[in-house]
Ligand binder design. Structure first.
Ligand SMILES: Nc1ncnc2c1ncn2[C@@H]1O[C@H](COP(=O)(O)OP(=O)(O)OP(=O)(O)O)[C@@H](O)[C@H]1O
Ligand SMILES: [Mg+2]
Length: 314
């Protein structure tokens, strides 16, 4: 197993099937009303200046079409086109098209077994697609191994955190900084400490990981991804198993990462948590994208209700 893969926690496998918690109507509409500026996050001043410069260069050197394609590549950070994943004769993903835009927070929902985690595996490179392509920043990365994708900024967490229990909290994060981001020495140490501070684990750096409770293990999972210097975070049911109070803290934390400009894709069954963070929502069922759009549009889609409630449309 490659060390980078270890650093990004890619060896962990889904082992639990959390109970879906589908929110009641009325509740989500209040949560969906976004009171922040998505544009400000999508185009922070530094990114605008950088993107504008690149676009101007592309325009003057190659013309309008290349500028348009270049800007599209800037907007579409990570995407899967026609993704099929088969395990033997079982088709778990059946031609999934998904685009994650730079700077957005995208939620992914769907009944158990819909193929959500498998899709993350294909995007992160731990599972080779049977058919289809994965693009990152306009580049076809389908052939890239997980470790290379991690080095380029694609980081993921897993449904069940499995840190190195024999290591301290800091050591766990240091492994990610060294192997996930390729840093060494004092720079790696600082990167690890900064990641722990960012998730609120700075004071627990010396603690043996085995003594951490579930919320802190989830924080550590996040810190390990942050230490790899990600551009996009793929969060797989990171809210699962937490109490309401713990979940609230975790949602606040993910919200700050989003506000810092990280692109977030979050698979979650706990929808009321998801709806506090996301801009767009995708619903998967039986290996396909059933609906996508604003959270309100998707939640109101009869097909989505039907998928959750077993054929009874709302
Ligand atoms: N390595 C594998 N070999 C065979 N089948 C697999 C494998 N991994 C996943 N599957 C099957 O693929 C389907 C989709 O699994 P996946 O874990 O992607 O679903 P999910 O949407 O993440 O579900 P959950 O919400 O329960 O986490 C399931 O039927 C699962 O049993
Ligand atoms: Mg899953």
């Amino acid at each position: 197993m490659h060390a980078d893969v270890l650093a990004n926690g890619q060896f962990c496998r889904a082992a639990t099937a959390p109970i879906p918690t589908f929110p009641q109507r009325g509740k989500e509409s209040r949560q969906i009303s976004l009171n922040r500026s998505f544009i400000a996050r999508l185009f922070p001043p530094a990114r605008m200046a950088e993107g504008g410069l690149w676009a101007a260069r592309a325009f003057f050197s190659s013309g309008f079409v290349s500028s348009f394609l270049f800007l599209k590549a800037i907007m579409d950070l990570l995407s899967g086109k026609g993704i099929v994943k088969r395990f033997g004769s079982l088709a778990v993903l059946r031609g999934v098209d998904i685009t994650i835009r730079r700077g957005e927070a995208l939620g992914v929902v769907g009944p158990n077994g819909a193929g959500k985690t498998t899709l993350f595996g294909v995007l992160a490179g731990t599972l080779p697609a049977s058919e289809g392509q994965v693009f990152f920043e306009g580049q076809d990365i389908s052939a890239w191994p997980a470790a290379t994708r991690c080095r380029h900024g694609i980081a993921r967490t897993h449904q069940v955190p499995r840190p190195f229990l024999g290591m301290s909290v800091l050591e766990n994060t240091l492994v990610a900084a060294q192997h996930g981001a390729g840093m060494r020495g004092a720079a790696a140490l600082k990167q690890a400490q900064d990641a722990l501070d960012r998730v609120g684990l700075g004071a627990l750096a010396a603690r043996p990981t085995a003594t951490l409770g579930l919320l802190d293990r989830k924080r550590l999972e996040l810190a390990r991804t942050l230490a790899t210097q990600p551009t996009v975070l793929l969060l797989d049911e990171i809210g699962g198993g937490l109490t309401e109070g713990e979940l609230h803290q975790l949602v606040d934390l993910i919200g700050t990462l989003r506000d810092d400009g990280l692109t977030i894709v979050w698979i979650e069954h706990v929808l009321h948590a998801l709806l506090r963070v996301i801009d767009r929502l995708v619903c998967m069922d039986a290996g396909a994208v059933l609906a996508e759009g604003t959270p309100h549009e998707v939640m109101a889609n009869p097909l989505v209700m039907s998928a959750y409630l077993g054929g009874v449309a709302a």
